[in-house]
Design a protein around this ligand. Structure first.
Ligand code: NAD
Length: 497
């Protein structure tokens, strides 16, 4: 088995058994193309390939952008309800195919079948939500200071947009970028994460089967530094929407800024929860565990640091350790698994290294492990760390795994200051019975999403989502109607009679 330099979960020996219901291919101008050269190891079953996919070149990106450019005027000219009908039909197809897609998603990403089914349902709902907006008027009619004049505002499509997506929600994130882009009249070239090529391919299949014209939605698989980079640099890409790590995102921002093209970045997080003495310790532990260990902790909104006031600390820690014990890691396809596999060997080693380093520096590990074998199934028990300094890397850096650090703070003000003392600002939570403190927290927490007595992870599709600081460009929000803003530009029209 030959390893690639990037991650040993990606291999070039494609002779192993593949369990997927389809082979990932590029979709360029309505044609399925590309030889399957990259094998993706199932993170729960090291002897099984979850997916095969092609590895695209700059020429593939060029062809996809050419097709998207040619298709854009006719797509934008189609009445918005007709565009919407295709999105709604594609959403319905995803729901019909939910079981098969969810199984492929588990094999390539590792999460549990229940989580995967929920994600496919979310992608379906997102397509249907934006499809229905095809019937909703956009723009305003406003009075003019001039006589016999009316002012109207319009939203125009950007043109061809590029989408670059991560592995952790491999069908929901492509869907929540694609749907607002298409309903607004743009055409799309998407580069999905290399670790999860199948899920985006299922999305492309559903759109094609629903009648989307050739060239309107194009997929190019492959490496970020080849396919993603070519997409970002092409002057025909009018806007790029990226979700992924802060490091890659900030690099892309420089490229897009240099040619003054629109860019939207949703990036890393280090989401904190403040647990106050007046909270119910058991409920607070459930909220924190769901946020920290659900989705194997591999959510940008996952809880990874918790600040507790002294009165509740012992009861909270006891309850949190009991909750952690309930998140038994295993194969996402097994019925009794509560927490799926870690996505890749590289991520598995990264998660364990974060725990090991914290323990070597004096932290207490109340639950969890850091001695797992990265060549076996990538199952990792959830980790609960305590007794760490506030500036420990496990408290300040994104780990992106089922690891949570619990620190003591003197009171509400100290806890709020600790929550805000971070380069990230995606989500923040508080567990309290005090309406006054919850309201104050909602106003003063430096995060794009605030959760009161609810897990930091988990979002509704109809409301704005995004972060502040190094978590986001903090200009355009994703999801809900606000997602349309990024994919359109405003025009003001004066009409005299
Ligand atoms: P990543 O940044 O490594 O990759 C994201 C995408 O960018 C992939 O498709 C990758 O191939 C591509 N890419 C990598 N290098 C590139 C380059 N030089 N040029 C262009 N494209 C490039 O992130 P990941 O490991 O796939 O995902 C995990 C990260 O995503 C975490 O940091 C997580 O917090 C973040 N994330 C954020 C959100 C959010 O909404 N804020 C949601 C999910 C995940």
């Amino acid at each position: 088995m030959t390893s690639t330099s990037f991650d040993t979960s990606l291999i070039t020996d494609t002779s192993l058994t593949v369990q997927a219901t389809l082979t990932a291919q590029h979709l360029i101008n309505g044609q399925w193309l590309g030889e399957a050269v990259t094998g993706r190891m199932n993170p729960a079953r090291p002897d099984e390939l979850a997916a095969l996919s092609p590895s695209g070149s700059a020429e593939d990106v060029d062809a996809a952008i050419t097709a998207a450019s040619a298709a854009q005027p006719a797509w934008a000219a189609l009445p918005a309800p007709a565009r919407g009908a295709i999105l709604i039909a594609a959403g319905n197809l995803l729901l019909e195919r939910q079981a098969a897609i969810a199984e492929d998603l588990v094999r390539e990403e590792g999460k549990t079948l229940a989580e995967a089914k929920g994600e496919v349902k979310r992608a379906s709902d997102v397509l249907r939500f934006f499809g229905s907006l095809g019937w909703a008027a956009t723009g305003e009619v406003l009075p003019s200071g001039l006589p016999d004049t009316t002012i109207t505002t319009r939203r125009e499509a950007l043109g061809v947009v590029g989408l670059i997506t991560p592995w952790n929600f491999p069908i929901a994130i492509p869907a929540w970028k694609t749907a607002p882009a298409l309903i607004s009249g743009n055409t799309v070239v998407i580069k999905p994460a290399e670790l999860t090529p199948l899920s985006a391919t299922h999305l492309a299949r559903a759109l094609q089967d629903a009648g989307l014209p050739a060239g309107v939605f194009n997929v190019v698989h492959g490496k970020g530094r080849i396919v993603g980079d070519a997409l970002a640099r092409d002057p025909r890409i009018a806007g790029l929407s990226f979700t992924g790590s802060t490091k890659v995102g900030l690099g892309l921002q420089e490229i897009l800024n240099a040619r003054r093209a629109r860019v939207q970045l949703e990036m890393g997080g280090k989401n904190g929860v403040l647990v106050l003495d007046d909270a119910d310790a058991r409920k607070a532990a459930q909220v924190v565990a769901a946020g920290a260990f659900g989705l194997t902790g591999q959510a940008c909104t996952a809880t990874s640091r918790v600040y507790v006031t002294p009165g509740i600390r012992p009861a909270f820690l006891e309850a949190l350790v009991a909750e952690a014990a309930g998140y038994n890691p295993g194969d996402g396809l097994a019925e009794d698994t509560r927490m799926g596999a870690v996505v890749s060997r590289q991520q598995f080693e990264q998660d364990q290294a974060a725990v090991r380093t914290a323990v070597e520096r004096g932290a207490t590990l109340l639950h969890g492990q850091y001695d797992g074998d990265p060549t076996g199934p990538l199952f990792l028990a959830p980790a609960v760390l305590t007794d760490l300094p506030f500036d420990d890397a496990a408290v300040t850096e994104e780990i992106f795994g089922p690891v949570v650090a619990v620190l003591e703070v003197a009171d509400y003000e100290a806890g709020l200051a600790a929550i805000n003392d971070s380069r990230y600002g995606l989500t923040a939570g508080i567990c309290t019975d005090s309406l006054a403190l919850a309201t104050d927290f909602a106003a003063r927490a430096q995060a794009g999403v605030v959760k009161v007595n609810r897990p930091t992870a988990g979002l509704d599709l109809n409301v704005p989502f995004g972060g502040v600081k190094d978590s986001s460009t903090n200009t355009f929000r994703e999801q809900g109607r606000s997602a349309l803003d990024f994919f359109t530009w405003g025009k003001t029209v004066y009409t005299g009679v």
